[in-house]
Design a protein around this ligand. Structure first.
Ligand code: 4NP
Length: 157
């Protein structure tokens, strides 16, 4: 079975994208799917840091441990190393397209909520200035999008 390599991308790589990575990793393991994951940020302010404690707490409440993840900066090479690059919001997607090595590789980058067309929001809101309820709302959006994503990948095989 071919392995699908998925990169989750947000701004700081300490809130939304490590949560999304944790969800994809957890669900792919449960389903026995050949998926590898990583996440990265469009800014480098938090490089080397673990996920924000609020993100870790929210994921922990859902039984998913993301304490091993560490923030890193997005690289042009990521377009070669991953099959799918999933952005949390339109600004992250613009950041991805800006550094894409060429137009055909740029097409690998889309909004993660493209996988949740029934949801009323197209972008995952930045919870950095929010509280536990904002992280929970992010979790619910990512839970829906990652379920659909893995269902679609499963159907392709
Ligand atoms: P994230 O949240 O992009 O979901 O990781 C943020 C984390 C840090 C900052 C902004 C957003 N920041 O400006 O430092």
């Amino acid at each position: 079975m071919r392995t699908t390599r998925i990169l989750l991308v947000c701004m700081g790589n300490i809130c939304r994208s490590p949560m999304a990575e944790g969800l994809v990793r957890h669900k792919a393991r449960l389903r026995g799917m050949a998926v590898t994951t990583d996440s990265a940020g469009t800014i480098d302010h938090h490089v080397g840091e673990p996920p924000d404690p609020r993100a870790q707490r929210c994921m922990g409440m859902h039984g998913i441990d993301i304490s091993d993840l560490r923030a890193r900066h997005l690289l042009p090479q990521d377009f070669h190393d991953f099959d799918l690059l999933l952005a949390m919001d339109a600004e992250n997607l613009r950041g991805l397209h800006r550094i894409a090595p060429d137009a055909s590789l740029a097409a690998k980058a889309v909004l993660i909520m493209d996988h949740a067309p029934a949801h009323r929001l197209r972008e995952v809101p930045d919870p950095w200035y929010g509280g536990a309820g904002d992280f929970e709302a992010v979790f619910a959006m990512l839970d829906e999008a990652t379920d659909n994503l893995l269902n679609a990948l499963g159907d392709e095989r």
